[in-house]
Design a protein around this ligand. Structure first.
Ligand code: FAD
Length: 514
């Protein structure tokens, strides 16, 4: 009897074994649904990129001889099929399918939805792997069973060995004897440096934008002239990968933590969307970087490529493992009991703080910010302001092109907001203006003075930083990586402390007006 095979919007993996041969009894189904377009308020470019990539994938499957049902948002709404499961059950019935197959979703929400299909379908239901990740859903949980902190570095080293990436022939030692070159990867930008222009893939998505409007989908962010520049097919993704390894990898590591008003991307890859929807695999991205390094040993130093490999083989796989180890409870964590609202200018970019204005406007314009902008500007500010993690999550889950819950929530609640009680990060990622000034050119010409802690012109980061440490003394004073900061705070006079806390109180009360 016929088989109906579901492909989710983030499962556009043309190398999946499903597609090794064609079968006239199998129909693939890809759906644009109300539920997916509205489970959070998404960036307009994010919805356009997903739908366009899904449409392109469906066309490619058809061209390869597969049977495909593709339902646009207009069509699924017309039939009042609002969720993935609604669509799937409708088609199973229409086709008299005896089997429904799906690839295991990466999101808890969809995992639950698909598990419950059996309540309404009498045939066989098969769930299979996505053949995308380099580790299993439960590998991180198994590695750290019983531990209070999940140290990424431990997992990363095990992955290097297991997948034989940048290892000596004995399979035990890292090439050159050193696992991690992070200390070489904190360079600040020289003034004279130039940035290579990355390949873009401009496409007019007016018809998708109009469809979203017609259906009353509430989005955020901007799209200039309805042109989307992200890669939305496998061949475009491969072109973007080649462009990255040839032109930006050579300086990726060195300036990984730098930020500038001069360029949104610097030397970053901008491959997270391509990977997260599985148009390209982490293994091929890692292999492309390592072979470029091997091909140009004179030009590309090991810190550049190791830093990059660590992000993908380490952080990306690790975050997925943390997600499956800790969901659904993870989404409820709020260890620091933060309750404030996110300032309204996160949605508009309208703030006098140069760093935040820049990072937020860039995010609204491009649906992209690089890691340090996310962690040390928007994330850091929300953390020291004491914003409720639900508010922070909603923003991050909406705003970025690559935001899918498994990798968004673990970074936001875990790494950035420390809502998980320190499972992911051994120390909170909080800082004063000093760090932002050191790593960027944002502070120059800002309305606020980065060196001042009190007074109307004092950078809000400064008073909030000390206020944060003071408020959470019981959580952090015994953390040896924070001890120095508490010593510095304790050395200040009572009067100085009071003035700083007073400025912080004003900032917190007027956060929308900063
Ligand atoms: P590069 O800097 O070029 O890094 C290469 C690749 O490494 C990325 O494409 C990504 O796949 C991977 N990577 C790097 N850092 C991480 C990380 N911490 N966790 C997982 N993978 C990583 N990444 C997402 O894909 N989706 C998200 O929703 C997301 N939300 C984030 C929220 C916060 C608060 C923070 C601090 C980070 C978040 N990240 C997220 C991780 C990281 O910032 C992005 O993956 C990265 O900025 C994407 O741009 P890039 O491809 O240019 O990355």
């Amino acid at each position: 009897s016929p088989t109906l095979s579901l492909i989710l919007g983030d499962q556009l993996n043309s190398n999946h074994p499903w597609f090794n041969s064609t079968d006239k009894n199998t129909t693939y189904a890809i759906y644009e649904t109300w539920s997916e377009a509205t489970y959070t308020r998404h960036h307009i470019q994010k919805v356009c990129a997903f739908f366009l990539a899904m449409r392109t994938f469906a066309d490619e499957l058809r061209a390869a001889g597969h049977n495909v049902i593709y339902r646009t948002l207009d069509e699924s709404r017309e039939l009042q099929l609002e969720s993935i499961a609604d669509n799937l059950l409708y088609d199973a019935n229409e086709l008299s399918a005896g089997t429904i197959r799906y690839q295991l979703p990466d999101e808890y929400r969809l995992d639950e939805e698909l598990k419950s299909l059996s309540e309404n379908f009498e045939g066989v239901i098969e769930a299979t792997d996505t053949h995308h990740f380099l580790s299993g859903r439960n590998d991180v949980a198994d590695l750290f069973a019983g531990k209070k902190t999940y140290l990424m570095e431990t997992f990363y080293r095990s992955m290097r060995k297991r997948h034989n990436v940048m290892m000596e022939a004995n399979g035990e030692d890292p090439l050159t004897g050193q696992w991690n070159y992070d200390h070489d990867n904190r360079g600040s930008l020289p003034k004279s440096i130039t940035f290579p222009e990355a390949s873009t893939f401009p496409k007019d998505v007016s018809s998708i934008v109009k469809m979203l409007e017609r259906n009353g989908i509430n989005t955020m962010g901007r799209i200039k002239k309805n042109v989307l520049s992200y890669p939305t097919s496998r061949s475009e993704c491969l072109e973007a990968l080649t462009d990255f390894v040839q032109n930006r990898l050579p300086l990726f590591g060195t300036y990984q933590d730098a930020m500038t008003v001069r360029h949104p991307l610097l030397y970053h890859a901008n491959l997270s969307f391509a990977m997260n929807v599985k148009m390209i695999s982490p293994r091929e991205v890692i292999d492309a970087a390592v072979s470029e390094w091997q091909r140009r040993p004179e030009e590309i130093e090991i810190n550049q490529v190791e830093g990059f490999v660590r992000q993908i083989l380490g952080w990306r796989e690790y975050m997925r493992g943390v997600y499956w180890a800790k969901m659904p409870q993870f989404a409820l964590t709020n260890d620091l009991d933060h309750q404030a609202e996110l300032p309204s200018w996160y949605w508009t970019g309208d703030t006098k703080m140069n760093c935040l204005g820049h990072a937020v406007n860039q995010s609204l314009d491009l649906a992209y910010a690089h890691h340090i902008q996310r962690l040390m500007v928007t994330g850091n500010f929300a953390l020291i302001l004491g914003v409720h993690p639900d508010e922070v999550d909603a923003w991050y889950l909406g705003v970025y092109i690559d935001a899918i819950e498994w990798v968004e929530i673990t970074n936001t609640r875990g790494m950035s907001q420390r809502a998980d009680g320190g499972l992911v990060a051994t120390k909170p990622y909080c800082s004063s203006a000093n760090y932002v000034n050191k790593m960027s050119d944002y502070c120059k010409g800002c309305h606020y003075k980065y060196k001042e802690k009190t007074g109307d012109k004092a950078c809000p980061f400064n008073s909030l930083y000390w206020d944060f440490l003071d408020r959470h003394r019981d959580k952090f004073a015994n953390n040896f990586r924070m001890a120095f900061m508490y010593k510095t705070w304790d050395k200040k006079s009572g009067e100085d402390k009071a003035a700083i806390l007073e400025r912080a109180a004003w900032v917190k009360a007027h956060a929308d007006e900063l």
